[in-house]
Write a protein that binds this ligand. Structure first.
Ligand SMILES: Nc1ncnc2c1ncn2[C@@H]1O[C@H](COP(=O)(O)OP(=O)(O)OP(=O)(O)O)[C@@H](O)[C@H]1O
Ligand SMILES: [Mg+2]
Length: 775
């Protein structure tokens, strides 16, 4: 049994109660104009209990319920559960966190705090109400404004929840909830992993680890075997290396000594060769001595030749001079300016030249001609003058004059020709004389040259004869002095060069002979050195080599290579052994650390099997519970139909009586006029609202006899009468007062319809969020 006692409100939406509103038994009419705050009273009660409202639906935001322009909302509801009294207070702040407290008012009047946090207060109240949720209350105890059809339109699962609650099947609900929780906990949800998948995952991981662990165990065994094998092999290699290295050391010493010995032997050989050479040189000195004597004798032949170069120079100069003069003469002879024959021809020509008659004759002729010409001219002139006077007598004079003139002209021409011929003659004579002079001159020079040539030859012959050393080349008479000069010169050059060769040779021999003391000294030194080296050579004793080993460079090289490769093998093996040891260490550590894995895996396997079994049990239990509650619920339907058939005739003035509900609580009503059950939707809007109201009320009543414990005794009806006429309204009120009042001790009827005051127990009239009348 849950009963509401009083409500205090400050700034909840528009609602502001000046003093606590007492909520008594019976029907309380909450009246007032539109927007006066009537529905807000229901929301205030629901918010105090569940922290939720009908408007806005669900969990409202602080600013939705905090009165506009205010910063603080206070809501306090006193209520009774069985015979215990409680006070819930919620404070909403605009700027700081909300607060809530739930206290129990003890019989002595003092308060006992139950919860002081917003969430824990809500949870505690839900517990006090026997697990009833907000949705369940709204579905059963609240007929909200415009939400009459809520019960029929509820989701099936929610409706089952409501029905379960009223059948006192909360334990079913709780069990189903718990099983669902368990199932969820085992199977998990998209956001939270379940214990079974986690356990399976863990098992999978453990199996993998176990597999790995077993592999590692095998690997460790393999590693240890490899380690033993490799260690043995390395020991053998080390022994082999020791022997090889000792042999190498011996061979290297042997090689060193042998090299030294060979080096000394080679030095001895070189020195012996050298000594032989020195001895040979000393021997050669004897023959060189003889040779030098014979060359010395030979050189005597060339004594006095040193005085000859000056004579040779003279000979050269003289021969050159002679040749030059000869050449000059030959050249001059070839270049004679006038030939003798030409000169004679010219001479004959001028002897027979016509101009030879002379110039006097020509002058004489010209004188005579001039005289004749003057006389003729005078005669002609006289003849001409006399002729004008005396006619033809004197004409003869003119003719004679003209003839005289002609003659004189001819004679004058002849004189000119003679003069020209003479001039030519004179020119030719002059030319001849010139040529003759030139020729004479040339002849003079030629003869001078011939004299010079002769003198040069004489000179040359004299010089040639002066060279007494080569007189045999002159051969008695000097025919061709140039040839002789040439032969002498040639002979001289030959002798000079022979003497030069001999001189060089003898100088070389003298120089060689001078080396004798040095060579003898060297011979001594080298002999000493050879002796000493021989001693050193014999003193070197080659080390003894192991049996059947004969030294060779190839053997040494091969031993070196083998020594190196053995050393490399040892280093490599040591590194491998270290790696294997490290690996074995790591594997042993890992195996030791995880030695519990087989046990853990086995335990986890059992754990998974246990969880799987548990899940099966949960599923089976849930199916069983669902079936049981279902069968219990089906028992309710006939009661609902029963109550409806009682309420409906009174509300509809006997017009409708029988009703039918299918498994989904779909409502059909017997329409006598139609002669059949008709679905509620086909009836008039007002009748449909009345059908639904009746069904809601019947539903609650059908469940009530079954109800136990903390069933809420209050019923909220927000504007249930709006669509009913006055007659039916009266019937509904009667129904509330009679039938329903037996089960709901507190009925809060919200209505703006006037004229109900005489039918209700209390009146609360609101205006603008404030109580203006309270009866
Ligand atoms: N946070 C708020 N602060 C102030 N006023 C609010 C707030 N939220 C809602 N209101 C107003 O409160 C008024 C009361 O609404 P309510 O639903 O209680 O009216 P009503 O009396 O039930 O009216 P009706 O008869 O029309 O159903 C409305 O005018 C609404 O606009
Ligand atoms: Mg309202």
């Amino acid at each position: 049994m849950v009963r509401l006692l009083s409500l205090e409100v400050s700034n909840f939406k528009r609602l502001n109660l000046q003093r606590p509103l007492e909520l008594g038994e019976g029907i309380t009419l909450i009246a007032g104009q539109n927007e006066s705050g009537k529905s807000t009273i229901l929301d205030a009660i629901l918010f105090a209990l569940f922290a939720r409202t009908i408007r806005p639906g669900g969990r409202p935001r602080d600013e939705d319920i905090l009165q506009y322009g205010t910063n603080k909302l206070i809501l306090s509801l006193s209520f009774m559960v069985e015979d215990r009294r409680f006070v819930v207070e919620r404070r909403i702040y605009r700027t700081k966190p909300n607060e809530a407290t739930l206290n129990e008012r003890l019989p002595n009047g003092s308060l006992r705090t139950i919860a002081t946090k917003v969430n824990s207060v809500t949870d505690e109240i839900a517990n006090l109400l026997g697990g009833l949720t907000f949705d369940e209350i709204v579905g059963s105890n609240v007929v909200a404004q415009k939400e009459l059809n809520k019960i029929v339109e509820q989701r099936r699962a929610d409706r089952i929840g409501v029905i379960n609650a009223f059948l006192n099947l909360e334990s079913f609900n709780q069990a189903v909830g718990k099983l669902a929780d368990e199932k969820r906990a085992i199977e998990g949800t998209p956001s939270t992993p379940g214990t079974l998948p986690v356990a399976r995952e863990k098992l999978e991981d453990l199996c993998k680890q176990l597999e790995e662990w077993k592999d590692k165990e095998k690997e460790l065994q393999k590693t240890q075997t490899s380690l033993t094998d490799l260690s043995k092999k390395t020991e053998e290699t080390k022994r082999e290396y020791k022997n090889k290295h000792e042999l190498l050391a011996k061979l290297e010493t042997y090689q060193k000594e042998l090299t030294r010995k060979n080096q000394i032997a080679s030095d001895v050989k070189n020195k012996t060769d050298l000594l032989r050479g020195v001895k040979k040189q000393i021997e050669d000195l004897e023959s060189k001595q003889k040779e030098s004597s014979s060359i010395k004798d030979e050189l005597k032949k060339y004594e006095g030749i040193d005085q000859l170069p000056a004579a040779m120079d003279r000979l050269n100069a003289s021969a050159q001079e002679f040749q030059n003069k000869q050449l000059q003469l030959q050249t001059s002879e070839k270049s004679a300016p006038v030939s003798v024959a030409g000169l004679q021809r010219t001479y004959q020509e001028i002897q027979t030249h016509p101009g030879v008659v002379g110039i006097q004759q020509a002058q004489r002729i010209r004188q005579n001609a001039r005289t004749i010409m003057i006389a003729s001219a005078l005669l002609t002139l006289a003849g001409g003058a006399l002729g004008v006077l005396m006619a033809w007598y004197f004409f003869a004079l003119v003719v004679v004059g003209i003839i005289g003139l002609m003659y004189s002209t001819r004679q004058s021409g002849r004189a000119s020709a003679l003069a020209a011929q003479h001039s030519d003659y004179v020119a030719r004579v002059r030319s001849y004389e010139d040529q003759r002079n030139i020729s004479a001159d040339f002849e003079n020079r030629l003869s001078a040259l011939r004299t010079q040539v002769f003198e040069a030859r004489q000179e040359l012959v004299q010089v040639v004869n002066g060279v007494s050393r080569y007189q045999e080349l002159v051969r008695g008479s000097v025919q061709d002095p140039i040839q002789i000069a040439h032969d002498i010169k040639k002979k001289f050059d030959e002798e000079m060069s022979q003497r030069q060769v001999l001189s060089t040779k003898i100088e070389q021999l003298y120089s060689d002979l001078k080396k004798r003391p040095y060579l003898e000294n060297q011979e001594k030194t080298i002999s000493g050195a050879i002796k000493e080296l021989q001693g050193q050579h014999d003193a070197i004793i080659l080390p003894e080599l192991p049996e059947r080993i004969t030294y060779s460079d190839t053997l040494l090289a091969q031993t070196r290579t083998e020594d190196q490769s053995l050393r490399d093998a040892i280093v490599k093996n040591d590194a491998n052994i270290k790696n294997l040891r490290d690996n074995a260490g790591k594997l042993t550590k890992y195996i030791e650390e995880k030695k519990d894995l087989p046990h853990q895996t086995e335990a986890q396997e059992k754990n998974v099997q246990g969880l799987e079994k548990k899940l099966r049990v949960v599923n089976d239990a849930r199916t069983g519970l669902d079936k049981t509650s279902e069968s219990l619920r089906t028992r309710v339907k006939p009661s609902v139909e029963y109550y409806m058939s009682i309420f409906l005739p009174s509300v509809t003035m006997n017009r409708y009586k029988a009703v039918k509900l299918d498994d989904d609580y779909k409502l059909s009503v017997w329409d006598a006029e139609a002669g059949e059950y008709r679905p509620r939707e086909v009836f008039s809007g007002g009748t449909e609202d009345q059908l639904l109201l009746v069904m809601r009320l019947a539903f609650a009543l059908a469940l009530t006899p079954e109800a136990r414990g903390t069933r809420p005794e209050f019923l909220f009806l927000d504007e249930p009468l709006g669509s009913s006429d006055e007659v039916r309204r009266g019937e509904i009120i009667q129904l509330l007062k009679t039938e329903l009042a037996q089960y709901f001790k507190q009925i809060l009827l919200v209505s703006h319809v006037e004229g109900l005051e005489q039918d209700v127990d209390h009146i609360v009239r609101l205006e603008n969020g404030r109580v203006v009348e309270e009866v």
